[in-house]
Design a protein around this ligand. Structure first.
Ligand code: NAD
Length: 371
């Protein structure tokens, strides 16, 4: 396993997964200091049975290279041809790096392209990290909000509960609802996929949905959202405007695969919120759901703080690493061939087809070769 580049706090293995890989028959080598940001010491890894060394030491003879973020291809000089590189490789934005992995003879596997199928749920890094991110978004909102979350009846008077509205109820949104509820807020939520209505209710929150408008069903391939009709967007904006004006905190998570994030909150709607309110825009990296969001920054507009959240899971490095590391183990162990002492990845397997980017010196993934 590699030590990540600066800025990445997570690590791709934890002592538990090291032990499990060894139980499969693998030898595990870890670059010194790789777990430091995630509160895992070299001694913890050694106690689990890993060998510690320099980047050169761990790359030499490695059949599988584990990382969280896609490593700089130049930092992989010395890796064996045919080695698997397993990480969140961000292939859409890092096309040149993917080509360089191919040129180096590496077989690059992009974990974030794991198909959303039942068999792959335990390998899904997007879900494991989004879940933590949804939690952290609410904690960050709570830290910025100058008032309390729960209703409190005190000798000095009553504090009313905070009102939290979650827009986009995928993995992150569901966890945001659950977290805000646990903190004692009054929670409501909306999505374009009507299947989420029941999920919102089951978490004790109020669904806010557009009814009786053409093009209302926003569920497309793989359970992801589709772009909505203009009629729907208009009706949604009207409904949401009235609702947002009464909210203390809004968490937005809406994404549409392959497209910029849909714009859900306009400047006029921000003006309607009371000063001191907080918006956490979890789609900041994809262009933002909120007018005026700046990715990675906290800005105050009309007295409302807008947090342009980017990769919140990184700010929970210990838990995020543990879940990421288990996702990697769950994937590799399913394909492990005990006799060969390594994973064997069949060309016709849906999971392999979903995530394999390069093979035999070439870029092979159809999403990359078609472009
Ligand atoms: P996502 O991060 O792609 O999007 C977040 C949410 O935003 C989604 O619920 C989406 O419907 C919603 N959204 C999009 N446009 C919107 C708009 N204009 N207004 C309001 N909401 C909007 O979502 P995700 O967390 O990746 O989940 C996507 C789907 O994949 C879900 O159906 C989820 O249950 C499914 N999933 C399946 C698996 C599996 O089976 N392995 C794993 C994870 C997720």
């Amino acid at each position: 396993m590699l030590k990540e580049a600066a800025g990445e706090t997570r690590c791709a293995a934890i002592p538990e997964t090291v032990k499990k890989f060894i139980a499969l028959g693998a030898e595990v080598a870890i670059e010194r200091g790789a777990g430091a940001n995630a509160s895992v010491t070299d001694a913890d890894f050694e106690a689990a049975g890993a060998k510690l060394g320099t980047r050169d030491d761990v790359l030499k003879d490695a059949g599988i290279i584990l990382a969280v973020s896609g490593p700089d291809p130049q930092s992989l000089n010395g890796a064996a041809k045919g080695a698997l590189l397993v990480a969140a490789l961000d292939p859409t934005r890092r096309g040149d790096a993917v080509k360089a992995y191919a040129a180096a003879g590496l077989e690059a596997l992009a974990m974030e392209w794991m198909p959303r199928i039942t068999r792959a749920q335990s390998m899904d890094v997007l879900s494991s990290q989004s879940n933590l991110a949804g939690y952290k978004a609410v904690i960050d909102a709570a830290g910025t909000y100058g008032r309390a979350f729960p209703m409190m009846m005190t000798a000095a008077g009553t504090i009313s509960p905070a009102k939290v509205f979650v827009m986009g109820v995928g993995v992150a949104g569901l966890q945001a609802i659950a977290t805000a509820r646990r903190l004692g807020a009054q929670v409501s939520a909306t999505d374009v996929r009507s299947a989420t209505k029941e999920q919102i209710q089951s978490l004790g929150a109020k669904p806010i949905f557009v009814e009786n408008v053409a093009g209302i069903e926003g569920e497309g391939a793989g359970g992801y959202a589709t772009e909505m009709s203009p009629e729907y967007q208009e009706a949604q904006a009207e409904l949401i405007s009235g609702h947002i004006a009464k909210q203390d905190m809004v968490i937005t998570t809406a994404l549409i695969p392959g497209k910029p994030a849909p714009r859900l909150i306009s400047d006029a709607q921000i003006v309607s919120m009371r000063p001191g309110s907080v918006i956490v825009d979890m789609a900041a990296d994809a262009g933002g759901n909120v007018e005026g969001t700046i990715a990675g920054e906290k800005v105050v507009k009309h007295g409302v703080t807008i947090i342009g959240a980017t990769n919140l899971a990184k700010s929970l490095p210990a838990d995020a690493s543990a879940l990421f590391a288990r996702n990697l183990y769950n994937f590799l162990s399913v394909f492990w061939d005990k006799d060969q002492g390594r994973p064997v990845l069949p060309d016709d397997d849906e999971i392999v087809k979903g995530i394999r980017l390069t093979q035999g010196g070439k870029v092979v993934h159809e999403r990359l070769t078609a472009a």
